[in-house]
Design a protein around this ligand. Structure first.
Ligand SMILES: [Fe+2]
Length: 205
């Protein structure tokens, strides 16, 4: 059982070699990006360690150590989960999805093109992330928007595509042309990975 004050350390997942050989998104970008991810893991470990000895009697909504640690823990954990999705489902050959994910996309967006257009627009409108996630209460996929690692996830929705639109994801390769980066993101998606997740989660079309 993992108690609330358990602060076992976690370690970063290894980077898939295919991520260093992508079209459009350079090795330089991925290596720098992976270091940021390692930073989120380190800070998550550090924050949980600090929480183990925080003074609960000092809790205060304006400022307190507990508040600061828990707010930034959400940022660090978001940074870990978002980037684990991002790195895991890149390194593929893009194109159109097949399998269960394609069926879900056509059902919930009308077509693959409509899904892609909506996700790209959501990525252009966000300041940090855009996610395709399955909302278990509504029983459908939707493209959600994020401004940071910890905004704005929706409870009981499971992300299956995670599009990082922080400038660190593309500035080296594309300058300010985020749209071109998003096109490269789609070209390097591995839909087999996405379909594995969808099947493992038991999402039914
Ligand atoms: Fe990132």
């Amino acid at each position: 059982m993992a108690l609330a004050y358990n602060h076992d350390e976690i370690t970063p997942r290894e980077l898939k070699p295919a991520l260093l050989e992508m079209e459009g998104i350079s090795r330089e970008t991925i290596e720098a990006h992976y270091k940021l991810y390692q930073g989120y893991v380190n800070k998550r470990n550090e924050i949980l360690g600090a929480l183990a000895s925080v003074d609960l009697a000092g809790a205060n909504q304006v400022y307190s150590e507990l508040r600061a640690l828990k707010v930034d823990l959400a940022f660090a954990i978001g940074g870990i989960k978002n980037h684990e999705l991002y790195f895991e489902h890149l390194g593929g050959h893009g194109g159109d999805p097949a399998g269960v994910f394609a069926t879900l996309v056509r059902r919930d967006f009308g077509s693959v093109d409509a899904w892609r257009t909506d996700l790209k627009a959501t990525g252009l409108a966000g300041r940090g992330w855009a996610w395709t996630a399955y909302d278990w209460d509504e029983g459908r996929l939707f493209n959600y928007i994020g401004d940071a690692q910890n905004t704005f996830p929706v409870w009981n929705a499971t992300p299956v595509v995670a599009l990082d639109v922080y400038e660190h994801a593309y500035f080296i390769d594309f300058g300010t042309d985020r749209g071109a980066y998003i096109d490269a993101f789609f070209s390097n998606l591995d839909f087999d990975v996405v379909n594995d997740w969808v099947q493992r989660y038991g999402v039914k079309p």
